[in-house]
Design a protein around this ligand. Structure first.
Ligand code: 9GP
Length: 788
């Protein structure tokens, strides 16, 4: 294995022999690929060692099945985890290149929509850091989440194309391939149930090693690509039907072509179900193959295999595992259900009814006829064992994937304390009554390697100087910073790091056309655009604030930059209107000579993981303002707090736990609680009542309606004044109050910094290492191993 000191030589070697370039002609991408190969070489040995250790110690393996892995860039993670930043920097300096430019050339692997996918990526890194033998299983989408640009303030989507350049991290495994069938018929043949699909594709594996902190352990992310069984129809080609000849390939490839945009329309339902079955079935076959290479007693499966279903997307794993065990291995169905349940567990990530998957029974029967039969059997077995007030896996002609996943899992978890309690009281009320020990909580977390160490080198250096570097894989050690909140020298250094991050961001925004003052407060809301996340509450409050400033520009206002980032699902019209409104407000406010030095709105396009890594370290105020009861957890909220931003937020998701830990006095709380939200909705005309009671809100809405920001925003005003399901109007007044509290606190910079230090010092619990240890203990019953 090459040693650290050879990195420069190895880069040169790969430039020449892997890429066929000499240094004089190499482009930045060539250098980036050469570095990636040199780094990958250093991952392979620990990767093999981890696999050998798992076999040697007969470790239990964890399989994390997820439709999404929002990994972003991998190169920096790997360089950081191997401790090679200095060497890599030196190697490029010798060639007059900056490591930042090289790292910045890597496209973002955007194989996810938002929090769920990013959580999966943090978990992969933590699993490796901890040394928990694990595989991530997902789909190798050719096109990840769409690219966003703005035209006249409106979102424009274009295809993402991360695979147009070679993907340096993956190893193609043509030998690891499974035939995945769809449709067809089911027959009883000689006492056996046989499913004969009418069409099939091949799932081919691509492996990416994921290295943990200090290179101690590496796991695998195995993504499946769909290929045709027969590359090409020669008969049709020879008959001159060139399009027809390519049809099998096109049809198959469609399955892994595009990441499905969540929370959107019904279109493509059939394709989505195919995607779900495709990767789940391939993964289960791979899991069974690996198990059978070591053990010959299938009853050992739950002792050796833990399969985590990330949301209901892979919930077809229940019936598919039962089918494999019963139809293919000859186990009685009831036994197969018990064994499958011993392996499977399910994470719920949302209570939003529209996001809880249902598939029509007709579609299910057509695409997966044997699975539909087994769903009915699972349903009947569950009903026999658990006399209940009507829990069923089907309803109104639909298969309900939530109850199915619940019934087939030995543990079901929510992702924050509040969310888990609400699951028990709402979506899974009856199932919880029947299985009171099944639901557990595992509050989300984020990997500190990516979200502090790499993203915020200035803060990281300061922390390490103060308390040593043990915090990187033991984040609760940040609590040692707590006394330093009272140390003026430390506070000044903390504030200086933040100021420098803000200056960097101000340059970035300036390059994109929005000039902002790095001494203003940086107030950030970055996340998918959704009504429940209430970016419209934020922009309406911004308008009201602007109007107040205009009335009295000399009143000593705290200068602010309101920064937004996020994409709307292409089919989500209202979310797109919110984007348009934010951009329209920015256009007016940013060019207002009276207020320009006091208030700016910035909305950089194409928010992604890399942009988050730039924004979060520079943020001072974190907007976590969802309608209480709607945000399952949030993970951005944790990243902000760790990086020393204060939160203005509702009692929703993990905000509750953040506030408990950082202290109520270091958190700006506003808004109704989840219970109050439910009651408020019952008040007749609640929105209008709130508007009538608050002239500022009325004036802001009037300005939007009357066209101050251009035409076409009546829909938003009508919604906020009428149904207002997400209670923007009812929470406005308290939000406005909280924002003024924020300004009052910010005016005393030193006191603010003290609160920011305490946010960092008290947020160590939000490491995804802690979350993964919780899953290992309460859900997977698995243990960490050490490679030799
Ligand atoms: O909306 C939740 C978000 O609150 C949570 O942090 C994340 C990870 O658990 O999952 C999100 N849910 C989804 O993306 C889809 O259900």
């Amino acid at each position: 294995m090459p040693t650290k000191t050879d990195l420069r030589d190895d880069i040169q070697h790969h430039l020449k022999y892997s890429l066929g370039k000499d240094a004089g002609h190499a482009q930045i991408t060539d250098w980036r690929l050469a570095l990636s190969y040199a780094i990958r070489d250093r991952i392979v040995d620990p990767w093999f060692a981890s696999t050998r250790a798992t076999y040697a110690q007969k470790g239990k393996r964890v399989y994390y099945l997820s439709m999404e892995f929002l990994i972003g860039r991998l190169l920096e993670d790997a360089v950081v985890n191997l401790g090679l930043m200095d060497e890599a920097e030196a190697a490029f300096k010798a060639n007059d290149l900056s490591l930042d430019d090289v790292l910045g050339d890597e496209p973002d692997a955007a194989l996810g929509n938002g929090g769920l996918g990013r959580l999966a990526a943090c978990f992969l890194e933590s699993l490796s850091t901890i040394g928990c033998p694990a595989y991530g299983y997902g789909i190798r989408y050719e096109h990840g989440l769409f690219k966003q640009s703005f035209h006249e303030g409106r979102q424009i989507e274009s295809p993402e194309d991360w695979l147009t350049q070679p993907h340096a991290w993956e190893f193609e495994r043509p030998e690891a391939a499974f035939r995945i069938g769809f449709g067809g018929s089911v027959e009883e043949l000689g006492g056996k149930t046989v499913w004969t699909p009418s069409e099939a594709v091949i799932a081919e594996a691509f492996d990416t090693p994921i290295i943990g902190w200090e290179g101690r352990w590496a796991n695998t992310l195995r993504l499946w690509a769909a290929k045709p069984e027969q590359v090409f129809d020669l008969d049709r080609f020879n008959a001159g039907d060139y399009y027809g000849a390519a049809e099998p390939e096109n049809l198959a490839r469609t399955i892994s072509r595009v990441l499905y945009p969540d929370d959107t329309t019904d279109e493509g339902k059939r394709l989505r179900l195919k995607q779900e079955f495709f990767f789940t079935a391939a993964s289960l076959r791979d899991i069974l193959r690996r198990f059978e290479s070591e053990y010959d007693d299938l009853e050992l499966l739950p002792q050796k295999v833990a399969i985590q279903l990330n949301d209901t997307h892979p919930a077809i794993a229940g019936p598919e595992l039962v089918r494999l065990l019963a139809d293919e291995k000859g186990m009685p169905v009831e036994k197969a259900i018990e064994i499958a349940r011993g392996c499977l567990s399910y994470t719920n990530h949302t209570l939003l009814p529209e996001a809880l998957e249902r598939w029509s029974e007709g579609l299910m029967r057509d695409l997966l006829p044997r699975h539909m039969q087994l769903i009915e059997e699972i349903d009947a077995a569950h009903a026999r064992e658990n006399p209940s007030r009507g829990v069923t896996m089907t309803d109104d002609g639909d298969v309900l994937m939530g109850p199915l996943a619940f019934a087939m899992a030995h543990k079901v978890n929510g992702v924050s304390a509040l969310h888990t309690e609400l699951m028990k009281e709402t979506v899974f009320e009856e199932l919880h009554r029947l299985h009171p020990d099944r639901i557990v909580n595992q509050t989300n977390g984020v990997t500190p390697r990516r979200w502090v160490l790499s993203a915020n080198p200035r803060l990281s250096a300061l922390i390490t100087e103060a308390i040593g570097d043990g915090w990187v894989d033991d984040l609760e050690r940040l609590s040692k910073l707590e006394p330093m909140a009272d140390d003026k020298t430390f506070r000044d250094a903390f504030a200086a790091a933040k100021r420098a991050n803000k200056a960097d961001l101000a340059n970035y925004l300036g390059d994109r056309g929005t000039n902002v003052d790095p001494d203003a407060m940086f107030d950030v809301q970055i996340k998918r655009i959704h009504e429940y996340k209430r970016q419209h509450l934020n922009i309406i409050e911004t308008i009201a604030h602007w109007q107040e400033i205009k009335d009295n520009p000399g009143a000593g206002w705290v200068p602010r930059v309101k920064i937004f980032g996020g994409k709307a699902a292409p089919g989500y019209v209202f979310a797109k209107e919110i984007i348009h409104l934010i951009n329209a407000v920015a256009e007016v406010i940013n060019t207002d000579a009276d207020t320009g030095h006091l208030l700016k709105v910035a909305y950089p396009a194409n928010y992604n993981v890399t942009l988050a890594e730039r924004l979060i370290p520079a943020a001072e105020l974190s907007e976590q303002i969802s309608t209480a009861g709607k945000e399952a957890s949030g993970t951005g909220n944790m990243k902000f707090a760790l990086n020393g931003a204060l939160t203005v937020g509702t009692l929703d998701g993990a905000n509750v736990e953040i506030r408990d830990l950082v202290g109520a006095e270091n958190f700006f709380l506003f808004g109704m609680t989840a219970d109050e939200v439910v009651k408020r909705r019952e008040v007749e005309g609640h929105a209008q009542k709130a508007i009538d009671a608050d002239p500022r809100l009325k004036r802001a809405l009037d300005a939007i309606r009357s066209g101050t920001f251009g035409p076409g925003f009546e829909g938003i005003v009508d919604n906020v004044s009428g149904p207002d399901y997400f209670l923007v109007a009812s929470d406005f007044t308290d939000f406005y109050r909280a924002q003024r509290e924020v300004e009052k606190a910010y005016a005393d910079q030193d006191a603010w910094t003290r609160m920011a230090v305490l946010n960092t010092a008290r947020s160590g619990w939000f490491s995804s290492d802690r979350t993964i240890r919780g899953y290992m203990r309460d859900v997977w019953y698995s243990e960490a191993l050490a490679a030799e």
